[in-house]
Write a protein of this length. Structure first.
Lengths: 291, 247, 350
């Protein structure tokens, strides 16, 4: 029982981080109706930035988020402007390849700069944990959880309280109407893409703390992030959070009860069950029909 | 056909979207062999009713009877094969496919006939060409449907839904966005197919078109039937006038 | 009548191309060139197979890699226990593996077709991930990461590649035949209807499940056959290459896009251009990881400047110049002026 609750705690903490990573995907899907296959590589970039700053300038990874966020925002914004905007007419199909090309290109650049060895960010408090009511709470994951939640809340406020946020929601719901209302949809899309990359970058620093990584890690990541979206419902923020927590919980529980090798299994089994029982996802909207 | 000669009967149909009640206990019937009009101010639920009839939207409650038999859960394919087809408010054709092929794909062909070497047999192609002739689209048979003008696409869509030799055709605002020459062509064709036994239910805003063509006319308002009767009666009915002018 | 003439011309072109390809190994090309030829044909098969579900039916799938891998493992597992005879037995079994994998693909398709569009793409990606995961972890069956061995073919070293080249050519010819059939037949028309507007097609009485499953299973069958030949050629099946969702999956789609999705020869042309380029990049830049950047750059250039593909662009130009096309354009113009102006067409021709 103790082990079970311990696993649950760990799962929820990690779920927050996954939710942060996925939020960028939801944002991009909502505003541009595309799957951003480069989301994983943005996370990895964040990890490498944190790694570099930590190893050369001894900046704590959590603090390095202040640097990685604007950097990744700029990267995302630029990539959207030069590579995604030109193909907006057929974005539905071409963007998949384009964002994948971005991902591979960035992976190549990262490989070139850092090589293909696995890296990790090893801070002094790497393995320490607080003990609360008899349960171990790893410092790194707890901090990551708190920070992820904070950023997600910030995003929520951004989307609901600011003009930019209103533009994003308008474009997500009905782009043609948004245009008519004077929303600069191109700019909104670029900003949204940049924002998604920025949050991924922030998540990346924390990701680098909990897991070792190499340039190719994005591939594993994006697979899971996409599956989270399907389970939660593509385009739904609540869904992304739910899916992320489910993923993390299932991994954590299996790891505790059985072996790490099979930790991904229940999640994918769940994915199949969701597809059979409720294809639109837990929080997805039914979009089939006449119009 | 049911005892009272109605080809289509709708009883207490309801549909709500979140907080909005689009269709609120709507009932009316379409007599076999008629050209029935369905009018009403914007938001009265006309297209929603059509969507439910043709199986594109599930109703919350109420019943639909087609040809005397209850249709429990309408489904677009089932309805088409059962003899009811429809057009859409904004013409839907298959854009990258040839005009002729747009028609051929709508021809009934079931079972192993699907795996044959040709797209359709001689008889089907001839029938399709006949329809194209009727709608003056013959010489465009090899154009991609997406290249046609909007009016031509509406005509094409109309022709397409006739391929299955239906009993009832639902037309959703056939004259919207179309110039008067094509409207005349459509009117002619409707009368002609009607004379050959086809029943129509036409949703429209164009009063001249409806009054000149349809009898009876059903008026919807706020999701339910307000009045139904001959064109003259409808035009003089106070409730109808209030509904259109009042808001 | 004109349809007939076009069909005959098509058959002639097809036979000539296949004929030329078949004679290629006799041209004195060295083994490594024949090797490139094998991979070119493999991508042509995979791209054409993808075309069935992605190009014709409009369901973009990244899952054909899953069936490629299943075909590869299928062959390896079969010949773990049976000997390969004089070396030609595995080839004989390739079509059987294709059919077997096609049957297996049906229930998978049932789950996948619960979705459409973007969720569908994600489901197919997940399929590849799940299968790779299984291949890595079910070590009793699949040998895990070290891979599974296929007994090496007893062909003489000088002409070793040629047999595999011809085997892959046969698979390509079959795939091409299937695509050609689809484009002419009612089944193909149903696929195109699903692509253009699935819900409208349903409203026209089209039994949309039929073309969807046919395309999915067809793609699975041909992808599996390519995988089986590949497995035999390499003699070892590794999970990360058999279920390579990263490069193989994207490579397949890129080949189809470069050539022109929805066309008959597009994937072949795409493979012809891309595979040698890819092999060259891997060879010359492999160590430094720069080939990833080169790969990405090619992708991006193709997307930006040739989004409709080589064959489609050429076909369009040829079409525009053809006399019949000019007649149709004229007709469109006269019809419009005769009947007066309408509201502008909301469905733009692409």
């Amino acid at each position: 029982m103790h082990l079970l609750i311990q696993a649950i705690i760990l799962g929820v903490l990690t779920g927050g981080l996954y939710a942060l990573m996925t939020s960028g995907l939801t944002l991009t899907f909502g505003t541009m109706r595309i799957i951003n296959m480069a989301q994983g590589v943005f996370v990895v970039c964040g990890a490498y930035i944190a790694y570099t700053l930590f190893n050369y300038l001894h900046v704590d990874p959590f603090l390095s988020i202040i640097v990685s966020t604007p950097l990744l925002f700029a990267l995302g914004f630029t990539l959207q402007t030069f590579l995604l905007k030109p193909i907006r007419h057929d974005a539905h199909r071409l963007s998949l390849l384009m964002t994948w090309a971005m991902a591979i290109g960035v992976e190549g650049i990262l490989s070139f700069i850092f090589g293909t060895d696995f890296r990790g960010i090893l801070t002094s408090y790497q393995n320490s944990s607080w003990t609360v009511a008899g349960y171990e709470i790893p410092v790194v994951r707890a901090l990551a959880f708190v920070l992820s939640v904070a950023i997600l809340v910030g995003m929520f406020l951004l989307l609901t309280r600011t003009k930019f946020g209103r533009s994003v929601r308008a474009v997500s719901q009905r782009e043609s109407a948004a245009k008519l209302l004077g929303v600069n949809t191109d700019r909104t899309a670029a900003l949204a893409f940049g924002l998604g990359a920025a949050t991924a970058g922030a998540a990346g620093a924390m990701f680098g703390l909990v897991s070792s990584f190499d340039p190719a890690s994005h591939y594993d990541l994006i697979g899971r992030l996409l599956a989270i979206c399907v389970i939660g419902g593509l385009g739904s923020n609540a869904g992304a959070i739910a899916g992320a927590v489910i993923l993390a919980l299932s991994e954590s529980l299996v790891q505790a009860e059985f072996s790490p090798a099979w930790s991904s299994v229940p999640f994918y089994v769940l994915l199949i069950i969701v597809l059979i029982a409720r294809p639109r996802g837990l929080f997805g909207v039914r979009t089939r029909g006449a119009i | 056909m049911s005892a009272n000669g109605a080809l289509l009967e709708i009883d207490a149909l309801c549909k709500r979207f979140g907080g909005i009640i689009a269709v609120d206990g709507c009932s009316f019937s379409v007599a076999s062999g008629s050209i029935t009009g369905l009018i009403g101010p914007n938001g009265s639920g006309k297209t929603t009713v059509l969507n439910m009839l043709s199986g594109y939207l599930a109703s919350d409650s109420g019943s639909i009877r087609f040809d005397g038999m209850r249709v429990a859960r309408p489904d677009p394919t089932k309805m088409y094969r059962g003899g009811m087809s429809r057009t859409f408010q904004r013409a839907r054709v298959l854009p990258e496919i040839d005009v002729l092929d747009n028609l051929l794909v709508a021809a009934p062909k079931r079972g192993f006939a699907v795996w044959g070497m040709s797209k359709a047999n001689r008889a089907t192609v001839d029938y399709a060409m006949t329809l194209l002739d009727e709608f003056k689209l013959t010489r465009l048979a090899e154009a991609k449907a997406g290249e046609l003008s909007y009016g031509q696409q509406k005509l094409l869509e109309f022709a397409t839904v006739l391929m299955g030799k239906p009993r009832l055709v639902l037309l959703d605002e056939p004259t919207a966005g179309v110039n008067h020459v094509m409207v005349d062509l459509m009117t002619e064709r409707i009368r002609e197919f009607h004379a050959n036994g086809l029943t129509f239910l036409i949703v429209e805003h164009n009063m001249e078109f409806v009054m000149g063509l349809c009898d009876p006319i059903v008026v919807l308002d706020h999701g339910k039937q307000l009045f139904a009767g001959a064109p003259n009666d409808v035009q003089q009915n106070q409730l109808v006038l209030d509904a259109y002018l009042g808001d | 009548m004109k349809e007939q003439a076009r069909a005959h011309r098509g058959v002639l072109i097809g036979l000539s191309v296949i004929g030329v390809l078949a004679l290629f190994p006799f041209s004195g090309a060295e083994s490594w060139i024949v090797n490139i030829g094998i991979f070119t044909l493999m991508y042509a098969v995979l791209g054409s197979a993808w075309n069935l579900i992605g190009g014709y039916t409009g369901y973009v799938s990244l899952g054909s890699v899953a069936f490629f891998g299943l075909g590869a493992y299928g062959l390896a597992l079969t010949f773990q226990h049976i000997g390969i005879g004089n070396g030609f037995l595995p080839f004989a079994l390739v079509p059987i593996i294709g059919i077997a994998v096609a049957i297996v693909s049906l229930p998978i398709g049932w789950i996948a077709f619960r979705t459409r569009g973007l969720p569908f793409i994600i489901v197919t990606i997940s399929l590849v991930i799940i299968l790779q995961y299984m291949a890595l972890n079910l070590t009793d069956v699949t040998g895990g990461a070290p891979g599974l061995q296929v007994p090496q073919a007893p062909f003489p070293p000088g002409t070793y590649e040629e047999y595999f080249y011809w085997a892959m050519l046969v698979v390509f010819a079959l795939t091409l035949l299937a695509c050609a059939y689809v484009r002419r037949s009612r089944l193909g028309l149903m696929m195109f209807a699903v692509r253009e507007d699935e819900d409208k097609a349903r409203g026209l009485g089209v039994a949309t499940s039929v073309p969807k499953y046919a395309a999915f299973a067809g793609c699975a069958a041909f992808s599996a056959m390519a995988g089986a030949v590949w497995a035999y050629y390499l003699s070892t099946v590794y999970p990360q290459f058999a279920f390579d969702g990263e490069f193989l999956a994207m490579g397949i789609i890129l080949v189809a896009y470069l050539g022109g999705i929805g066309t008959l020869w597009g994937p072949f042309v795409g493979a012809l251009i891309l595979t040698p380029a890819q092999q060259y990049f891997a060879y010359s830049l492999g160590g430094s990881q720069l080939y990833l950047i080169a790969y990405a750059a090619v992708f991006i250039v193709v997307m930006l400047f040739l989004p409709r593909g080589v064959v489609t662009t050429i076909a369009d130009r040829a079409l525009r110049r053809s006399r019949r096309r000019k007649q149709v354009v004229e007709e469109l113009a006269t019809a419009e002026s005769e009947s007066g102006r309408d509201a502008p067409a909301p469905v733009a021709a692409r």
